[in-house]
Design a protein around this ligand. Sequence first.
Ligand code: 5GP
Length: 115
Amino acid sequence: MEPMPSDSPTIFERIVAREIPADIVFESDRIIAFRDIAPQAPVHILVVPKTAEYANVTELAAGDPGLLAEIVATAEQLAEGDFRLVFNTGEGAGQTVFHVHAHVLAGGLAEGSLA
Ligand code: 5GP
């Protein structure tokens, strides 16, 4: 599947706009965080910049490293302990929403496995 054209709102923009519901756990001027609809760990939160300008973490790191740092700090606060931070980057890595987002995974994570 090809990434959506930039003029089509992503599912995450629609969550920011409250057009579709989500279990929102944090919001600031630039960031929103909500529980993943299909959790893969006891804690599975998506931390998402409100801007749709960046499709993936490499674009975000190049374009607004301060915003990437805010995402990491938010992930740490929400995890309340040790956590795994995953940025799927590209279709071949399993990315399905081309609006950069961090998966914050915590609770009962297995050692020695990232997949
Ligand atoms: P990706 O595969 O792009 O790294 O991650 C997209 C994530 O968004 C997936 O883990 C998927 O479960 C989650 N997701 C997709 N649609 C929705 C939705 O409408 N609401 C919520 N809360 N999560 C969603």
